[in-house]
Design a protein around this ligand. Structure first.
Ligand SMILES: O=C(O)CCC(=O)C(=O)O
Ligand SMILES: [Fe+2]
Length: 284
């Protein structure tokens, strides 16, 4: 038996005194290693330019609809909701493809197994020369300062426009998912990273890593889709099963991701009815 068989470490690894080593055999494992160690990774070429373009048009329409729901845009401004389009998949099935993509789910499956849900699917519009709620440093799990031993939430940002230094591409503080407190000013100045990516790329990161939208100093808006996936014990931002009102509940894989199997039930009977349905699904 060779040393490699016993320890997983071989001479090729060029190590000294190392008996345990991370082995990576697929692109998804590589992204997962990046996420756990550095906090983030960029998956290239996940979505086509045409779908990204169509997504942007549809987002504009949904935003108009959401403004109408609230009366006018000023109402949204008053509650810091201007330029944030929420729950896209509730308004248009087209947005299913962004939450149900194999290059992304391969990474999520390593992080969570197959038990994870969509917490939110939003589009913050990074307007030219303007700010929005996501322009301040934040974690995507607000007010949380504990750090778990493995990811409990992973954020997936789909670049519908290019991310550049000029147009406000996401700023991140690598490794900040590993520390409870928000870092000091000097640490941020020395370590902040500006993400640059192409249309259709995906920035994927531990949702506890601090990040923010940059300043958009160009004349064009920057659009992206923000999706947060979590272990199912974390509450969704908006109850997707309620908002979707049963839609997609018959789709085995999708229904779990949308939260149909993990909603808090209103009675013992409805809890048992759901359990019965699950047993029936398994026995099929
Ligand atoms: O616009 C960005 O680059 C980041 C947005 C963000 O972090 C959020 O919406 O939670
Ligand atoms: Fe965020």
């Amino acid at each position: 038996m060779s040393l490699k068989d016993i320890t997983g470490v071989s001479k090729k690894d060029n190590t000294q005194g190392v008996s345990e080593i991370e082995k990576v055999y697929s692109a998804a494992q590589e992204h997962f290693e990046n996420i756990t160690r550095s906090g983030f990774s960029v998956i290239k070429n996940v979505f086509g330019a045409d779908d990204c373009q169509l997504a942007k048009q549809k987002i504009d329409q949904i935003y108009k609809k959401q403004i109408d729901e609230c009366g006018n845009e000023n109402h949204l401004k008053l509650i810091d909701e201007k330029d944030i389009v929420r729950a896209l998949v509730v308004y248009d099935d087209f947005f299913l493809q962004f939450l149900n993509n194999k290059k992304i789910s391969d990474v999520l499956n390593i992080a969570f197994g197959d038990k994870y849900i969509l917490n939110l699917q939003n589009c913050p519009i990074n307007r030219s020369q303007d700010k929005h709620f996501g322009s301040a440093w934040h974690r995507d799990l607000s007010y949380q300062h504990f750090i778990p031993s493995r990811p409990i939430a992973i954020s997936v940002l789909v670049c519908l426009d290019k991310f550049t230094k000029e147009n406000g591409g996401t700023r991140i503080i690598p490794f900040s998912h590993k520390f409870e407190k928000f870092p000091s000013k000097n640490h941020i100045a020395d370590n902040e990273k500006k993400i640059e990516a192409d249309i259709g790329d995906v920035l994927i990161f531990d949702s506890l890593m601090f990040h923010r939208a940059g300043e958009n100093n160009t004349n064009d808006d920057r659009k992206l889709i923000v999706q947060v996936f979590t272990l199912p014990f974390i509450k969704q931002q908006i109850s997707l099963p309620k908002a979707l009102n049963g839609k997609f509940s018959e789709d085995k894989n999708l229904s779990y991701i949308l939260g149909y199997d993990t909603e808090v039930e209103g009675s013992v009977l409805s809890w048992r009815q759901r359990r019965k349905k699950r047993y029936e699904k398994i026995s099929k």
